[in-house]
Ligand binder design. Sequence first.
Ligand code: NAD
Ligand code: ZN
Length: 278
Amino acid sequence: MTFENLLKAFMDGNGRLTVLSGAGISAESGIPTFRGPEGYWTIGSREYRPEEMATHAMFSRDPWEVWAWYLYRRTVCASAAPNHGHRAIVEMEALLGDRFRLVTQNVDGLHLNAGNSPSRTFQIHGNLNFMRCAQGCCNTLFPFPDQVEYKKKNQAVTPVEKELLRCPRCRGLARPHVLWFDEYYDEALFQAETAFQWAITTDLLVVVGTAGATTLPMHIGHMIFKNPRAILVDINITDNPFRTLARNHPRGVVLDGPAGDHLNKMVSTWKNHALSIR
Ligand code: NAD
Ligand code: ZN
């Protein structure tokens, strides 16, 4: 069956869709992925990679450098707008309603800004628009204090900002609401288990713009691979582990190219199909 016919048959049934998104979908909004040189951060004479900066170990050693990096990343995200790929996923939710869920690794909040509903969106790596207690005194997500300024690259956190970046409850250090590379997934903070259970029992899994370097998304990919009825789609501009899974899956589909174009083609297929059967 062609991909178009698979999509039409999916729409006619009552199967569920999961979109699993990564940094690639926000690349078209101007937010660099972790694969490019923009992710590097200089401390003294040393360059650090995102995989080193985004760790609890680094935060414990040098919290204000890690905060400075996040305040810069938050600035990049705040000046970015959702693109046509994000909007296509909003249309998918509108078309499929409760058959739809979005699992995103992105911390930029652009899916929610575009209009996906918070109740059907699992931000399994957090959201940079929030901070929480670094001591873990509570699980409350606190919005960023307005007074914390947007930052240029390698701009230091000021003494006034250091006072603002504190847990409003216990006054200990606050931290960005993200999952670091040396931390475990967590249900209470990231709905990781709920997202996983939904995704592995899904009928159509669309993986978009993900390098497959994080564990929960890869686990989802391997579990869905075992389900011969599920359709597994990988949208990316390069080879990646999900593409390998899709290539070897009986109902795997590889879509090579920018996220936004392919997602919009899928939406067009569904919309035209809905019109033709009216
Ligand atoms: P990644 O940076 O590791 O990989 C990005 C992937 O997107 C690559 O496979 C690349 O080929 C693909 N890509 C790039 N441009 C694309 C385009 N236009 N269309 C389709 N695909 C494209 O990203 P990841 O696997 O999502 O994440 C690793 C970690 O980085 C995650 O924890 C995530 O939270 C974090 N991260 C988030 C953001 C964000 O929130 N926007 C940005 C960078 C990294
Ligand atoms: Zn606290």
